[in-house]
Design a protein around this ligand. Structure first.
Ligand code: C2E
Ligand code: CA
Ligand code: CA
Length: 696
C-alpha cells in the first residue's frame, strides 16, 4: 500500500509531466491549464534569463581554465584560442541579450506570446550555440591532446554539465541538448579514436545519463513550484474575489436582513387594521423616547369609543372595522410625530403625549379637544351616517416615573370611571381612583365566592299604604357580610355584581330566599307583597319568567304577592322590546312591576304606557332634598303616573315633614327610615303614629 506522501508525490509528478508535456509539445492541445501554462512558461523564461549570467560566467571560466590548462600541459592549439574567442563573443552576445531581455521585462509586465517566443528562441539559440561550441571541444580538441589533457578536459566539461543541470533547469529540451552537446561528443570520440579511452568514455556517458536525470528532476521541481505558485495565486485571487463577492453579498444580505427586520418590526409594532401602533409598538416607542430624552413628562390618553359594540353587532363587523379605521385616521391628525398614537385593542385607542412638565397639561387639553372635535364629526360608511363619541381617561407620569404599562393602566381606569359616570367626558387619573379600582377588584373576587360561602342575607323594609298606614309590602334588600372584606354595602357590590354578571345567580338566590321567607312567615298577612330588586341583566336572561314561576312554585308564594322593582334604564335599553315582552309575560302571571328610582334616569314619563307597570317609586334623592326642582319632578311624576293608572310610592322618607308633604302631593305609599329601617321580618313596630302630621 502506498503512503499518503508517496501518493501525493505520484500525483504531483503526473501533474508536472502532463503540464510539462503540453508546454514542451505545442502540438498537444492546451486545455483549461493553458493560461496556467503560459504563466509558468514566462516564469521559466524569466528564471532562465536570471540564470543566464551564471551560465555565461561558467562558460567563460571553463573556457579560460581549459585554455590555461592546455597551455600548461603544452596542448594548446591555435584553434582552441580561436574557439575561446568565439566562446567569449557568444558569451558577450548572450550577456547583451540577457541585458536587453531585462530591459524589455522592466517595461513589459505581461509578456505577450510573440515576445515569449522571441526571447525564448534567443535564449535557446544562445544556449544551443554555446553547447555546440563545447561539443567542438569534444570533437576537435580531445582527439588531439594527451591523456591527461583529455581527462582534465572531461572534468571541466563534467563540471559545466553539473552546473548546467541547475542553471538550465528552466529549459527542458534545450538543457538536455546542452548537456548532450557537452558530454556526448567527447564520450563518443573517446571510444572511437584510435587510442580510445573506454573508461573515460563510459564515465562520460554515465555522467551524461545522471546529469540528464538530474536536470529533468530539477526542471520538474522548478516547474511544479511555478505551477503551485500560480495555483496558489489563483486560489488567493479566487478567495479574494469570493471574499469580495461574499463581502458584497454579506453587505446586501445585511441590508436585506435589516430591511426585513424593519419590516417585521413594523408588522410586529403596528396594528394591521388601522396601521397605527399596537401595544408592542406603543411600549417600544415609549422606551425609545425615554432613552432619547430623559427630561420629558408623559401623559397617556386612554380613548374608549362609546357604544362601539352597537355598531359592531348591529351593523356589521366590516362597518365596525371601517369606523375604527376612520377614527384612527382622525386621531392621527391630532397627534404629531413627537407623540404616539396606538390602538390598545378593540375600540380602545391610546395617545401618548411627551412634553416638558409645564407644557403637558395644556397639551392634553388641546389634544382631547381636537380629538373630540375630529371624531365627533359624522362618519359616512356605505350609506350609514354614524356618530361616534368616546370617553377619555388621562394619566400623567409627573414626578413618579412610572412604566408605560402603569400609565396605561391608570388611564384605562380613568376611562372606565368616565364610562361609569356618563360617557363622553374626560377623567384624570388620581390615586383615589386606583384605590377605588383595587377595591373593586377585591370586591369582584370576593363576590365570586360569596354565594357558595353563604355570605348573603336579606333585610326587609316595609312599604306602607299612605292612607291606611298598613304594611302593604316589604322590599327585600340584599346584604353581604364578606368573610374577607366585612360588610359590603349593596350600593358598592350590586353594580360590581351587575358588571360581572354575578348578579344573575345572586339575584336568583335573593328572590328565592325572599319569597320563601315571606311565604313561610305566618305573622305576615297573606295580602302583603314582597318587592324584589331585579337588574336588567337578569331580565334579559333567556327564560327569566320561567325562572320566576319556578321560584314561585318552589316556595309556594302566590304570584300576585310578588313585585319586581326594575330601574328606569329599561326604557333606554336597546333590548326594550325584549324587556317589554318579558314584563308582559310577568304581568300576565300577575307579578307586579314597579319602576324603581323614578326620575333619576331617562325622561320616561311619556313612555310609561309602553310597558306594563303597576307603580313607580320616586327616587329617594328627590324626597331627601325636597327643593323646588324636586317638587316639580315629584308632582309631575305623580300626575302622569296617576293618569296612566299607576300607583306612586315615595322612598327615602326620613322625616314627618317629608311624609306630610308627599301625602299632600298624592303619594300612594311610603318607604323610609321614618317608618322603619330595613331589618328582619315582620318589622311590626313601624313608626307611624308619631310626628306632627298624622293622617286623618
Ligand atoms: P333601592 O332599591 O333604591 O333600595 C332602597 C335603598 O334606600 C336601600 O339601600 C335602603 O336601605 C335605602 N333607604 C330606605 N329608606 C331610606 C331612608 O329613609 N333614607 C335613606 N337615605 N335611605 C333609605 P340599600 O339597602 O343600601 O340598597 C341600595 C340599593 O341596592 C338598592 O336601592 C337597590 O338598588 C340595590 N339592591 C339592594 N338589594 C338588591 C337586590 O337584591 N337586587 C338588586 N338587583 N339590587 C339590590
Ligand atoms: Ca328598590
Ligand atoms: Ca330606589
Amino acid at each position: 500500500m502506498m503512503s499518503g506522501a508517496q501518493d501525493q508525490m505520484k500525483k504531483d509528478a503526473g501533474l508536472v509531466r502532463g503540464v510539462a508535456k503540453r508546454i514542451l509539445d505545442p502540438g498537444i492541445e492546451m486545455s483549461a491549464g493553458e493560461e496556467l501554462n503560459g504563466k509558468v512558461q514566462r516564469d521559466l523564461l524569466d528564471l532562465a534569463y536570471r540564470n543566464n549570467w551564471a551560465n555565461i560566467l561558467v562558460n567563460l571560466a571553463a573556457g579560460g581554465s581549459l585554455v590555461v590548462m592546455l597551455w600548461l600541459l603544452g596542448d594548446l592549439a591555435p584553434i582552441t584560442m580561436i574557439w575561446l574567442m568565439v566562446v567569449t563573443v557568444v558569451c558577450f552576445v548572450r550577456f547583451w541579450g540577457g541585458y536587453l531581455y531585462r530591459m524589455e521585462r522592466e517595461n513589459v509586465s505581461n509578456l505577450s506570446d510573440a515576445l515569449l517566443r522571441k526571447w525564448r528562441f534567443r535564449y535557446q539559440t544562445g544556449v544551443v550555440v554555446t553547447g555546440l561550441l563545447w561539443s567542438m571541444v569534444g570533437v576537435i580538441e580531445i582527439p588531439t591532446v594527451h591523456g591527461e589533457s583529455q581527462f582534465l578536459t572531461m572534468i571541466i566539461i563534467a563540471g559545466m554539465a553539473g552546473g548546467a543541470t541547475g542553471i538550465l533547469a528552466p529549459v527542458f529540451w534545450v538543457g538536455r541538448i546542452y548537456l548532450c552537446a557537452l558530454l556526448l561528443p567527447p564520450a563518443v570520440i573517446l571510444s572511437l579514436m584510435p587510442e580510445s579511452n573506454y573508461i573515460l568514455s563510459a564515465l562520460g556517458l554515465v555522467f551524461l545519463m545522471v546529469m540528464l536525470v538530474t536536470h529533468r528532476n530539477n526542471h520538474a521541481v522548478l516547474f511544479r513550484s511555478f505551477v503551485l505558485k500560480h495555483q496558489n495565486q489563483g486560489l488567493v485571487e479566487d478567495l479574494r474575489q469570493k471574499n469580495r463577492i461574499t463581502e458584497n453579498w454579506n453587505a446586501t444580505l445585511e441590508a436585506r436582513v435589516e430591511q426585513r427586520t424593519e419590516e417585521l418590526r413594523n408588522l410586529v409594532e403596528h396594528d394591521a387594521l388601522t396601521g397605527i401602533l399596537n401595544r408592542d409598538g406603543i411600549v417600544a416607542w415609549f422606551e425609545h423616547k425615554k432613552r432619547s430624552d430623559a427630561l420629558l413628562d408623559y401623559a397617556v390618553l386612554f380613548i374608549d369609543l362609546d357604544r362601539f359594540k352597537q355598531i359592531n353587532d348591529g351593523l356589521s363587523h366590516a362597518i365596525g372595522d371601517e369606523v375604527l379605521r376612520a377614527v384612527s385616521m382622525r386621531l392621527r391628525e391630532c397627534v404629531d410625530d413627537r407623540h404616539a398614537l396606538g390602538r390598545w385593542g378593540g375600540d380602545e385607542f391610546l395617545i401618548v403625549l411627551a412634553a416638558p412638565h409645564e407644557e403637558l397639561h395644556p397639551l392634553v387639553e388641546t389634544t382631547v379637544e381636537l380629538a373630540q372635535r375630529a371624531v365627533n364629526q359624522p362618519i359616512n360608511i356605505v350609506g350609514h351616517t354614524l356618530h361616534v363619541g368616546f370617553s377619555t381617561g388621562v394619566a400623567f407620569s409627573s414626578g413618579r416615573n412610572p412604566s408605560i404599562s402603569e400609565l396605561i393602566h391608570w388611564a384605562d381606569l380613568a376611562a372606565a370611571e368616565v364610562k361609569r359616570s356618563g360617557r363622553g367626558s374626560v377623567h384624570n387619573y388620581d390615586k383615589m381612583l386606583l384605590t377605588e379600582q383595587e377595591r373593586r377588584l377585591s370586591v369582584t373576587q370576593a363576590l365570586r365566592r360569596a354565594l357558595s360561602a353563604d355570605e348573603f342575607y336579606i333585610e326587609y323594609q316595609p312599604i306602607i299604604d299612605a292612607t291606611l298606614g298598613d304594611i302593604i309590602a316589604y322590599e327585600a334588600l340584599l346584604r353581604w357580610k364578606s368573610g374577607l372584606l366585612g360588610a359590603v354595602p349593596p350600593d358598592e357590590f350590586i353594580p360590581i355584581a351587575e358588571e360581572s354578571a354575578l348578579i344573575v345567580d345572586i339575584g336568583e338566590w335573593c328572590m328565592r330566599r325572599a319569597c320563601q321567607t315571606v311565604h313561610d312567615n305566618t305573622e305576615i298577612p297573606v295580602t302583603t307583597k314582597i318587592a324584589i330588586n331585579v337588574s336588567i341583566r337578569q331580565i334579559v336572561m333567556p327564560n327569566f319568567p320561567d325562572m320566576v314561576s319556578r321560584i314561585l312554585a318552589e316556595t309556594g308564594l302566590e304570584s300576585s304577592r310578588l313585585v319586581l322593582e326594575v330601574t328606569e334604564s329599561i326604557f333606554e335599553k336597546r333590548q326594550m322590546s325584549q324587556i317589554s315582552a318579558v314584563l308582559d309575560h310577568l304581568h300576565a302571571m300577575e307579578v307586579g312591576i314597579h319602576i324603581d328610582d323614578f326620575g333619576t334616569g331617562y325622561s320616561s314619563l311619556s313612555r310609561l304606557h309602553e310597558i306594563h307597570v303597576d307603580a313607580v317609586k320616586i327616587d329617594k334623592s328627590f324626597v331627601l332634598s325636597m327643593d323646588e326642582n324636586a317638587r316639580v319632578v315629584i308632582e309631575a311624576a305623580i300626575l302622569i303616573a296617576h293618569r296612566f293608572g299607576l300607583k306612586v310610592i315615595a322612598e327615602g322618607i326620613e322625616t314627618p315633614q317629608q311624609r306630610a308633604e308627599l301625602r299632600a302631593m298624592g303619594v300612594d305609599a311610603y318607604q323610609g327610615y321614618f317608618f322603619a329601617r330595613p331589618g328582619q321580618l315582620p318589622c311590626r313596630d313601624i313608626h307611624w303614629h308619631t310626628g306632627p302630621d298624622l293622617p286623618a
